[in-house]
Design a protein around this ligand. Structure first.
Ligand SMILES: C[S@@+](CC[C@H](N)C(=O)[O-])C[C@H]1O[C@@H](n2cnc3c(N)ncnc32)[C@H](O)[C@@H]1O
Length: 206
């Protein structure tokens, strides 16, 4: 790996290959459909680590929801502009949520797992302060017990954090949410590698 590659966000190197390889999105789409049913007219949703805009930003936009997507990868944001037009896409760290206004829901599908575990509880608390109305949080993670474990994903070096399901539930609860649902599923996130994924729905408490 060259020195330039080391300073580039992993998803700038992955780009379109992410959507092409991670195609098992039925559960994520079902979570998006559930969210849409909970939202009031004129709802605003923050998509943290929105990636290429597929499937979630597009699904929400198609349902008439206002979407703000943030991502550290310019390459993924360009794909989002093309594939999920109509969203407001911001090139920034997903931990910087304080200046983004208020949202009826925040979604972070396979995004918090790219942070060190120490950053996740304080971020969940800052997200809670941004929620209004139904105050929903939907996240997905991978099953495991590691803190920014170095991996190579689709050829790009990166790191992944994970919790066992009971610990994830506790982390979210301790940050001031009621966990509404947690499901574990198996999916192929890259060719030939099946992983256990966790989808969690929560509502922020007042
Ligand atoms: C595994 S992808 C998930 C993309 C999309 N949410 C989905 O459901 O497929 C993780 C995304 O989070 C972005 N990301 C990772 N760390 C980030 C950070 N600290 N700030 C902003 N975006 C980040 C990556 O660039 C990538 O687009």
């Amino acid at each position: 790996m060259s020195t330039e590659q080391q300073n580039v966000p992993a998803f700038d190197l992955i780009g379109k290959r992410y959507d092409e390889s991670f195609v098992e999105r039925d559960v994520q789409l079902a979570e998006g459909a559930w969210l849409i049913r909970q939202l009031p007219p004129g709802a605003r949703v923050l998509d943290l680590g929105c990636g290429s805009g597929l499937p979630t930003a597009k699904q929400l936009l198609d349902a008439g929801v206002e979407v703000v997507g943030v991502d550290e990868s310019q390459v993924m944001l360009q794909l989002a502009e093309q594939q999920a037009p109509g969203g407001r896409y911001l090139h920034q760290d997903l931990r910087d949520v304080d200046e983004l206004g208020e949202f009826d829901a925040v979604v972070a599908f396979f995004a918090l797992l790219m942070l060190p575990r120490a950053d996740i509880p304080p971020l969940l608390e800052r997200i809670r302060a941004r929620l209004r109305g139904p105050k929903l949080l939907l996240i997905s993670m991978v099953h495991g017990d590691f803190d920014l474990f170095p991996i190579v994903f689709l050829g790009a070096p990166t790191g992944v954090s994970a919790y066992p399901p009971a610990t994830l539930r506790q982390v979210v609860t301790d940050a001031g949410y009621e966990v509404l649902d947690l499901q574990e599923i198996e999916a192929e996130a890259e060719p030939g590698r099946i992983e256990v994924q966790i989808y969690l729905r929560a509502r922020a408490l007042d």
